[in-house]
Design a protein around this ligand. Structure first.
Ligand SMILES: Nc1ncnc2c1ncn2[C@@H]1O[C@H](COP(=O)(O)OP(=O)(O)OP(=O)(O)O)[C@@H](O)[C@H]1O
Ligand SMILES: Cc1cn([C@H]2C[C@H](O)[C@@H](COP(=O)(O)O)O2)c(=O)[nH]c1=O
Length: 211
């Protein structure tokens, strides 16, 4: 994967229930105010492209028995998302804030499901997915995340229903990826109230010189 020379590409990662969606809207507004000349594309995976909402439902609610089926669906979703949304926005010099991306595939499908990390990395290289400039990892103990998910309205999707040991592996996976790439990753403590977490996220963006 290569870093794009245009625009600013930020991703927000973490286990289910860590607070990504809650923080993403606030972060998008903050990015807009910080640099009003550069519009912000706030998007997410899976499904952040025209027609992607149905595809998202198929991925998250379908019954996929072969472990690679899930990978190929997430990758197909990313191919469309990158080509139709992310690359054009970056080429226009915009700021892209994406909830979940390549690192979710590594954390969930490799550390969570046990598929080989190198094969997943190779797909991303071969698909020429751009590398984020900064990946903000909202790190939360699984117990806290499960408590937050229980309080949230709406039925759990297939991956949210995987249970505690799965989410523990995914959390460890994210932390392991972050340790291997400290120049790209910022690990942000997601405990505490929304304001506290938001302040930490802003600091994590500001502590680096970004394009
Ligand atoms: N700092 C916080 N303290 C307490 N509750 C929070 C906090 N941040 C978010 N929540 C609540 O926790 C629940 C999960 O938050 P949110 O949907 O933002 O997480 P998420 O990471 O986007 O989850 P998912 O990946 O499953 O979509 C929501 O009900 C939200 O209101
Ligand atoms: C991109 C991507 C996502 N997932 C999983 C992670 C979550 O359980 C769901 C997405 O739901 P959210 O409410 O948007 O967090 O999909 C995955 O397993 N692999 C991926 O590449």
């Amino acid at each position: 994967m290569e870093t794009t020379k245009e625009g600013l590409f930020l991703t927000l990662e973490g286990i289910d229930g860590c607070g990504k969606s809650t923080q993403a809207g606030r972060l998008a507004s903050w990015l807009r105010e910080r640099d009003p000349r550069r519009p912000v594309l706030w998007t997410r995976e899976p499904g952040g492209w025209p027609g992607g909402a149905d595809f998202r439902e198929r991925i998250l609610r379908g019954q996929w028995e072969h472990p690679w089926s899930e990978v190929f669906l997430f990758l197909a979703d990313r191919c469309e998302h990158v080509l139709r949304e992310i690359l054009p926005a970056l080429a226009r010099g915009e700021q892209v804030l994406c909830e979940r991306y390549h690192d979710s595939t590594l954390a969930y499908q490799s550390f969570g499901r046990g598929l080989p990390l190198e094969a997943l990395r190779r797909f991303s290289r071969d698909c020429r997915f751009p590398l984020p400039h900064r990946t903000l990892l909202l790190d939360l103990p699984v117990e806290d995340a499960l408590r937050r998910l229980q309080q949230r309205e709406g039925a759990a999707d297939r991956l949210e229903g995987e249970g505690r040991p799965f989410l523990e592996r995914v959390r460890r996976g994210f932390l392991c990826l972050a340790e291997a790439e400290p120049e790209r990753y910022a690990v942000v403590d997601a405990r505490g109230d929304e304001e506290q977490v938001f302040a930490r996220l802003c600091r994590a963006v500001e502590e680096r010189t970004l394009p």
